[in-house]
Design a protein around this ligand. Structure first.
Ligand SMILES: [Fe+2]
Ligand SMILES: [Fe+2]
Length: 190
């Protein structure tokens, strides 16, 4: 199933950025790294835009509705996951505001940003995990070959996990990797 591969790929790309964000924020908290706002902004922009524009629409519009119609158990889980998509986007908007505040007031703004980052990381690991360990197994069980063919076609039609319509997310992902200090990225260690 192409759909499952694509979901795994997109989750991996998002997880890479989340791990890099966790690393950078931990290093700032422990005084080992000075805040690089170009990097932090690129990271927060990525985790705001890519789920909302590239990843969630495919889940919300193709996989979820088909699976909802095939399994009552999955329907209950899908209600929860759809709610998390909305809540997660709201959290990223708050994260962006906290980052802007941190950038404008300096060190005094770090702890509020840090708190939101930790909340968002916990929330998102849990969401990705629930999709991988609960949703996808139910989907494998409940969907027919014909169902998968239809969903695969839709997923492949707008498939490019990193690029986005204008290629903008591919460039953004590359920039994040280049700016993140080693060992999580290719930048010089802090
Ligand atoms: Fe999701
Ligand atoms: Fe997902």
């Amino acid at each position: 199933m192409k759909t499952i591969d694509i979901i795994h790929d997109e989750h991996r790309a998002l997880a890479a950025v989340l791990q890099a964000l966790r690393f950078v924020v931990n290093e700032i908290r422990s005084g080992k790294l000075k805040a690089d706002f170009r990097l932090l902004t690129a990271m927060v922009d990525y985790i705001t835009q890519v789920p909302e524009k590239v990843h969630h629409p495919k889940e919300d519009n193709y996989l979820f509705p088909k699976l909802r119609s095939r399994s009552k158990q999955a329907a209950e889980l899908i209600d929860i996951l759809e709610g998390q998509h909305v809540a997660g986007y709201r959290m990223t908007v708050e994260l962006l505001q906290a980052l802007l505040h941190y950038q404008s007031v300096g060190a005094a703004g770090f702890s509020a940003f840090d708190t939101l980052v930790q909340q968002y990381l916990d929330f998102n690991w849990q969401h990705l995990n629930q999709e991988e360990t609960e949703l996808l197994p139910l989907a494998r069980e409940a969907l027919s070959e014909e169902d998968w063919a239809g969903i695969d076609a839709e997923f492949s039609a707008n498939f490019d996990p990193y690029a986005g319509a204008e290629g903008e997310f591919k460039e953004l992902f590359g920039r994040i990797v280049n700016m993140t200090p080693a060992p999580y990225g290719l930048g010089p260690a802090g």
